[in-house]
Design a protein around this ligand. Structure first.
Ligand code: FES
Length: 160
């Protein structure tokens, strides 16, 4: 399986099972979080493993994966830009900002680009008075400008 993001283990069913067994949890969500933390996403094979460990159906596990938007079924891009498009950020100009961000990054909202960047619309990052707000990888940015966005993304692409 091809994995784009760095910093994660390559997928291995044997390693994943050993990790899940060492955690000894029969709860679906913590096991899925463990898989994503180790491998960067939850591949199809992990659904089967978690269903065995938790003694539930694959449909139950898939239901949890599809419910929580932070659980990924595909590898993340090197740089993930989660742009808040909720009401308070709209009042701070995120609609215009998102159009400019799409041009700067060369992708549309909710798309990956081959250069390793993805732009995702999210709804409130808890930084409402400082919009436009974005979570870029694990760092929160407020009052973001397109120039800052471009510089941050370029730096993160270079440093990965
Ligand atoms: S509305 Fe954008 S951070 Fe809350």
């Amino acid at each position: 399986m091809n994995q784009v993001a760095t910093g994660f283990r390559p997928w291995s069913t044997q390693v994943a099972m050993a990790i899940l067994e060492s955690k000894a949890s029969t709860l679906i969500l913590p096991n899925l979080q463990t898989i994503q933390k180790e491998f960067g996403f939850i591949p199809h094979e992990a659904i089967e493993l978690v269903s065995k460990v938790c003694n539930v159906s694959r449909a139950d596990v898939h239901g949890v994966v599809s419910y929580y938007t932070d659980l990924r079924e595909t590898p993340a891009a090197k740089v993930c830009v989660k742009l808040c498009v909720a009401e308070a950020c709209q009042a701070n100009g995120v609609r215009e900002f998102s159009v400019a961000a799409e041009q700067v990054l060369g992708i549309k909202l909710d798309q990956h680009n081959p250069g390793g960047v993805e732009l995702e619309a999210v709804y409130c990052l808890g930084n409402c008075v400082l919009g436009p707000t974005a979570l870029i990888n694990d760092t929160l940015y407020g009052r973001l400008t397109t120039e800052q966005l471009k510089a941050i993304v370029e730096t993160k692409l270079e440093n990965k």
